[in-house]
Design a protein around this ligand. Structure first.
Ligand code: NDP
Ligand code: 2IT
Length: 449
């Protein structure tokens, strides 16, 4: 296994995030390979870590002043063993091939856990939508789709949103796809309700995170009710994580963006969350403005020099990181333990560094890894695809109850897979093993392709 890992490292030494994601999976599936010599003979690790296809393209666009810019576009089609490629698009200046490959790799296992038939993919661009006008964002999305449309389709690859890609961007992308292909199909998920979107898709990732946390707590005869929670981010996932925690009787005391975080000891209730949604989704403002509206809350500016994020040092019971990868380092993990946190449930993809995960394991925290905990978003995307295929829409209650059922099933799958390999209660091992086995068996059924 070390040989395979070093070969991956030698091939793409600069792809740090991808290597991090691969290493975590490889370490936890080791016992599966030991039990199944056929897997090794068939080189499944080598095959599952190499994308089926990578598309890298130029995205030229013009800003409002007439200046030409060239962004870089990506789509990594990682694995289609169990269904068409499926996964979001991220628009953020930090996007590189390594970031998209790590996200696509994670997506393969996550989608496998959902019980639905979806392969794994991810895409995006280093385009920064922050501060750009609607017109600039539209022209960028149109240029991006002018190339991407050749590589996707409702039975081939179905993108959706991620950081920097929400309802507005999905609208512009869909419009351009429809114009270029002259077909109205479910080629993207996260669409608006009026033209093929699913109820509960906007809520699904955050709601799913809290359902998963509730499952973990229920397993030890506890619940979210009365729990104080630290949530990071203030975008789609953070907002609906906060909403569901409130609905289930918990209290959220923090939210953040890349500039800093707010601490509101009284709790970010439904009304205050309404303000945050308006601030972030409509006005596209900064989280610091929360304190102008609610002066009892305290704003702390982000400070990279500090080496840790003080958000994770507040006294609390649970932590739901919902911003970005590697946002909880080893020191943050120590601070969380010190602050009394007993559960970490990941809304963002790979938000905890390997060192942080070690601390969670050593301290026996309930640790819900992102592949399992945030799978509710893509699961409801899968339900949106099903509704599109049938050309009908399910009511809110039906979609939410399916989401709840899927999160319950993911929890059970993780528990069972971990137990089967003697790692009781280790959700990370359970998620990796269960996701891996299903995809690998499908690959073997389909021969060497
Ligand atoms: P949004 O764009 O809606 O929000 C992202 C939030 O994270 C913003 O508050 C943003 O702050 C903050 N953020 C982004 N990058 C950084 C950074 N480098 N440092 C600090 N803060 C940062 O994205 P989502 O809520 O959709 O995504 C959040 C996370 O959840 C991502 O990891 C994504 O991959 C994951 N996810 C999303 C799903 C979905 O359905 N949308 C599904 C499953 C996982 P700022 O405004 O300053 O950039
Ligand atoms: O990381 C993720 O699972 C997503 N961004 C959602 C993907 C999707 O296809 O809904």
């Amino acid at each position: 296994m070390e040989i395979i890992l070093s070969r991956i490292r030698d091939r793409d030494p600069e792809q740090k995030e991808f290597l991090q994601a691969v290493q975590e999976v490889m370490e936890t599936v080791r016992p599966v390979l030991e039990r199944n010599p056929e897997y090794r003979k068939q080189a499944v690790l080598e095959r599952i870590t190499e994308p089926e296809r990578v598309v890298l393209f130029r995205v030229p666009w013009m800003d409002d002043q007439g200046q030409v810019h060239v962004s870089r576009g990506f789509r990594v089609q990682m694995n289609s063993a169990i269904g068409p490629y499926k996964g979001g698009l991220r628009f953020h200046p930090s996007v590189t091939l390594s970031i998209i490959k790590f996200l696509a790799f994670e997506q393969v296992f996550k989608n496998s856990l959902t019980t639905l038939h979806m392969g794994g993919g991810k895409g995006g661009s280093d385009f920064n939508p922050k501060g750009r006008s609607d017109g600039e964002v539209m022209r960028f999305c149109q240029s991006f789709m002018a190339e991407l449309h050749r590589h996707i389709g409702p039975d081939t690859d179905v993108p959706a949103g991620d950081i920097g890609v929400g309802a507005r961007e999905i609208g512009y992308l869909f419009g351009m796809y429809k114009k270029l292909r002259n077909e109205f199909t479910g080629v993207l998920t996260g669409k608006s309700l009026a033209w093929g979107g699913s109820l509960i898709r906007p809520e699904a990732t955050g709601y799913g995170v809290v359902y998963f946390a509730s499952e973990m707590l229920d397993h030890v005869d506890d619940s979210i009710e009365g729990k104080t929670c630290l949530v990071s981010g203030s975008g789609n996932v953070a907002q609906y994580t906060c909403e569901k925690i409130n609905q289930l009787g918990g209290r959220v005391v923090t939210l953040s963006d890349s500039s800093g975080y707010i601490y509101d000891e009284e709790g970010i209730d439904c009304d205050k969350l309404g303000f945050v949604k308006q601030l972030k989704n409509i006005r596209r403002g900064r989280i610091r403005e929360y304190c102008e509206q609610y002066p009892n809350a305290v704003y702390t500016e982000a400070d990279a020099e500090l080496g840790y994020n003080p958000l994770w040092a507040h006294k609390a019971d649970c932590a739901m990181p919902c911003a970005t990868q590697n946002e909880i380092n080893q020191q943050d993990a120590k601070n969380l333990v010190q602050a009394g946190v007993r559960l970490v449930c990941e809304g963002a993809n790979m938000p905890s560094t390997p060192g942080a995960i070690d601390i969670f394991m050593e301290e026996g925290l309930l640790y819900g890894p992102s592949k399992a905990a945030n799978a509710g978003g893509v699961a409801v995307s899968g339900l949106e695809m099903a509704q599109n295929s049938m050309r009908l829409s399910w009511p809110r209650e039906e979609v939410e109850s399916r989401l709840k059922q899927i999160m319950h099933s993911i929890h059970t799958t993780c528990i069972d897979a971990a137990a089967e390999y003697g790692m009781d209660g280790n959700y990370m091992a359970g998620a990796n093993i269960a996701g891996f086995v299903k995809v690998v068996n499908a690959m073997l059924d389909q021969g060497l392709v």
